[in-house]
Design a protein around this ligand. Structure first.
Ligand SMILES: Nc1ncnc2c1ncn2[C@@H]1O[C@H](COP(=O)(O)OP(=O)(O)O)[C@@H](O)[C@H]1O
Ligand SMILES: [Mg+2]
Length: 309
């Protein structure tokens, strides 16, 4: 909804004047209602303050003495605070929603770690036990039977390889052990092998980043690479990670066919949840992504996450 600034401004001035004149609770309550309306109509904090300043400016011109002006400014402050309370609540709710999203992401990551570990270690141990039993059985079989067991062993090796692969995809231990850039190199190698894309990974000075940031960037790049291999028809991908003063930045650029980001994130053509998931994962950490793409011009995701103190 487009805010009607003139109408809101007029109402704000009139209600403020009434509050300064009579100081009633009813006028204060109207300030609260006006603030709510401004918020639903899409007004920002700065525009609300501008409305207040405009209204106060007119009122102060009519004040007879400096004492009256000081009193008006003070009471005006109370009025503004009441009007801004909806903005404050929204701001808090946003913070709480982000914190909840962060907790959900962390819980999911822990779960992924647990399943990856079970797949890798426990299923691996079971398979090793099957191998040993097969060896024992082979000793007791005539030679043609033990030849057929070789086929079973090969199948078991394939299962083990697949389990290892799945476990790494779920949660690569290299991310915990060596950090983001080695984990991205490992991921890129796997994607390259499967898809034929030429992928370069640059950046990192060996220093570790906070765990939540490493995990978030790993997941974001993982989805970005999924998208490149599924949709882009690209030949090359460049991944960069670097740090500026208080920001961790990362970019993933491909030379593929590009797309119209605005229509993918909203509107009737909106598709899967990958890009949205990227936005939400970053927003939970106070970060953001800019999608720079157009049909025929490739795609670049520019990601940034603030470093926490
Ligand atoms: N690197 C890319 N190159 C070309 N198109 C892309 C790229 N990344 C995303 N897209 C487009 O954006 C759409 C939405 O992506 P996403 O939200 O990840 O959902 P999904 O991958 O499940 O379709 C894709 O369907 C595709 O049309
Ligand atoms: Mg996707």
């Amino acid at each position: 909804m487009k805010p009607n600034l003139d109408e809101l401004g007029g109402l704000y001035s009139a209600t403020l004047e009434e509050y300064l004149l009579r100081g009633t609770e009813a006028a204060l309550h109207r300030s609260y209602e006006l603030g709510r309306r401004a918020l639903t109509e899409g007004l920002g904090v700065l525009e609300m303050i501008a409305l207040h300043q405009q209204a106060m400016g007119k009122i102060l011109l009519e004040m007879a003495t400096p004492e009256k002006s000081v009193e008006a400014v003070q009471k005006g402050g109370e009025f503004l605070a009441e009007g801004m309370s909806s903005f404050e609540m929204t701001h808090r709710a946003f913070g709480e929603a982000n914190a909840a999203l962060r907790r959900v992401n962390e819980a999911l990551e822990q779960e992924a770690k647990r399943i990856a570990h079970t797949l890798h270690d426990e299923a691996g141990q079971l398979l090793a036990a099957v191998h040993m039993t097969l060896n024992e059985v082979a000793c007791e079989l005539p030679s043609e039977g033990s030849g057929r067991l070789q086929g079973v062993r090969e199948l078991l090796d394939q299962i083990e390889e697949q389990l290892r692969h799945l476990s790494h995809e779920l949660r690569p231990t290299i991310l915990d052990d060596l950090g983001l850039v080695p984990a991205l190199e490992f991921l890129a190698e796997g994607v390259s092998r499967r898809t034929g894309l030429r992928i370069t990974v640059e950046g990192g000075n060996g220093n570790r980043l906070p765990g939540v940031i490493e995990t978030a960037l790993y997941r974001v790049v993982q989805e970005a690479l999924n998208n490149v291999s599924k949709h882009a028809r690209a030949t090359r991908v460049q991944i960069r990670v670097w740090r500026t003063d208080k920001l961790i930045r990362c970019s993933v650029s491909d030379d593929g066919r590009g797309f119209e980001p605005a229509s993918m994130l909203s509107g009737p053509d909106r598709r899967g949840l990958g890009l949205l998931g990227i936005c939400e994962r970053l927003s939970a950490l106070g970060g953001a992504v800019e999608i720079d793409s157009a049909p025929g011009r490739g795609t670049a995701l520019q990601i940034q996450i603030p470093m926490e103190d």
